[in-house]
Design a binder for this molecule. Structure first.
Ligand code: ADP
Length: 475
């Protein structure tokens, strides 16, 4: 079986013990990946600190050219990377290709932003002073990423961190390290100086603590569960380490009776089933206005039934496997719980096949507010649908959660669209849009969905310190 090294200070290191990577479509091991201990992670931080001394001195334009070179390397290898991503994550090949294109777009966006780390000059209040606000890179960044978008979420952190003049150490999820290693291969081929970008793997809590406690690591950026986010916040309290956190979601979809039914069905379907429902912005609760409720259920169920389930490497597959047995068990438990509380299962509801971790696309109607699948992320192609009467009631239901990453609404009424945009408690709001993410706009959560924003110009700012320089002048 293939043994994969880690990328440390410009070298490839094979180091045991190895961690197995499993193909979720078959349950079989596909590779073994090296791991390192906490002391070696501390060495990586020291090397990154050393590399920072010269990387920070490059112009934004020069750093942007490196990012473009990484993007070119990813594009050149996109066929191979897409296959790797599908093998380790399970997502349909076409969606792996979309993720790669999105990662390339992130790199281009931040290559451009590298030239725009603007400060400002503030008019003086007293004679003989001038005030400059300047932006400086922070230093070594520790990044921890999840398995559901193994390339794009790593690039979403690495590209702005590097563009801003920082160096970065990436700790990918143990389920999907191969995409991160592929990214390291592209970084190496693009000729970035040693130590500027590194990939580590090992005991996740220990690596997290090293990032938090090591004084040379100046920022930790994380995408993952709210549970682990809370652990990082607790750890950061000791060293007052700046954190960016993109945590869990529980996205509502509000469908009003003035919208064209097909448009609402397709939008909700995209928001629900993309990445086999395993996205932190996936539609988790669908609320439909009473006059179109039964028609929506019928049309939506027909579309869910038409989706092809299978190994992501097969042609025209829409729904791949869930990431692992725990993911499958959780989704099945959510279905059982909803049905026990009175929900109607309109399609699906069971495990699909007998190998890997597949589930049938499932539609649950009349799901009560206290069902597990409306309280927590189901992270599966399981749609929990219920009815509402008024806009006020819909907004109250949508906001009745500790999370606030994304929300969706389908309506033809412009006034209502603005009322919703202003009252829905979420960092991203898709109005008649089931796929709202883009490199050029900020992404992040309100409430317990996280701190800070990625992407857009805000995504760069997350990796820059703002300094005030006060100049005393005799003029
Ligand atoms: P998920 O439920 O999506 O797997 P997690 O939050 O458990 O999300 O994992 C996201 C990332 O956080 C992974 O890279 C994982 O290895 C890492 N991780 C898990 N536990 C910890 C921890 N205690 N400290 C730091 N990182 C952790």
């Amino acid at each position: 079986m293939k043994i994969c090294p880690l990328y440390l200070n410009g070298d490839w290191l094979v180091s045991s013990p190895f961690e197995q990577v499993i193909n979720p479509a078959t349950g079989e091991a596909i590779a073994q990946v090296s791991t390192i201990d906490r002391a070696r992670v501390a060495q990586a931080i020291a090397d990154a600190h050393e590399a920072f001394q010269s990387w920070r001195k490059l112009t934004g334009k020069a750093r942007g050219m490196f990012l473009r070179a990484i993007a070119d390397e990813i594009e050149n290898r996109s066929t191979e990377i897409a296959r790797t991503m599908t093998l380790e994550n399970g997502k349909p090949l076409a969606q792996s290709r979309t993720e790669i294109a999105f990662a390339v777009d992130h790199l281009h966006w931040f290559a451009e932003e590298a030239r725009r780390a603007y400060g400002r000059i503030v008019p003086q209040q007293v004679d003989g002073k001038r005030h400059l606000i300047i932006k400086s890179p922070m230093g070594v960044v520790g990044a921890i990423t999840p398995w559901n978008f193994p390339l794009v979420l790593a690039v979403r952190k690495a590209a702005p961190a590097l563009a801003a003049g920082n160096t970065i150490i990436l700790k990918p999820a143990e389920q999907t390290p191969l995409s991160a290693i592929a990214l390291a291969e592209c970084v190496a081929a693009a000729g970035l100086p040693k130590g500027v970008f590194q990939v580590v793997l090992g005991d996740a809590p220990e690596i997290g603590q090293e990032f938090l406690q090591n004084p040379l690591c100046r920022k930790v950026t994380f995408t993952g569960s709210t549970e682990v986010g809370r652990i990082l916040i607790a750890g950061a309290a000791q060293t007052v380490k700046p954190l960016s956190l993109e945590l869990g979601g529980n996205a509502p979809v509000l469908i009003f009776d003035d919208i064209d039914l097909d448009r609402a069905v397709e939008g909700a379907l995209a928001a629900k089933t993309r990445n086999t429902g395993q996205s932190c912005i996936a539609a988790n609760r669908v609320y439909v206005q009473r006059p179109i409720y039964e028609d929506f259920l019928e049309a939506f169920t027909a579309r869910m039934k038409s989706l092809k389930v299978g190994d992501g490497l097969e042609k025209d597959v829409d729904i791949g496997p869930l990431i692992d047995d725990a993911g499958l068990t959780k989704a099945l438990a959510h279905i059982e719980d909803a049905v026990a509380r009175g929900a109607r299962a309109l399609c699906g509801g069971k495990r699909f096949g007998d190998k890997g971790f597949f589930i049938e696309p499932t539609v649950l109607a009349d799901v009560p507010d206290d069902a597990l699948c409306t309280q927590e992320e189901t992270f599966a192609p399981v749609a929990a649908i219920s009815v509402f009467d008024t806009e006020e009631e819909a907004i109250a239901k949508a906001n009745d959660t500790i999370y606030g990453l994304s929300a969706y609404a389908f309506t033809a009424d412009l006034d209502r669209a603005f009322r919703l945009a202003e009252s829905l408690e979420a960092g991203t709001i898709g109005i008649n849009d089931g796929v709202p993410s883009t490199s050029i706009c900020p992404f992040g959560g309100v409430k317990q969905s996280g701190w800070g924003r990625e992407l857009g110009s805000e995504g760069m700012d997350a990796f820059l310190e703002t300094k005030h320089v006060s100049l005393g002048l005799q003029i």
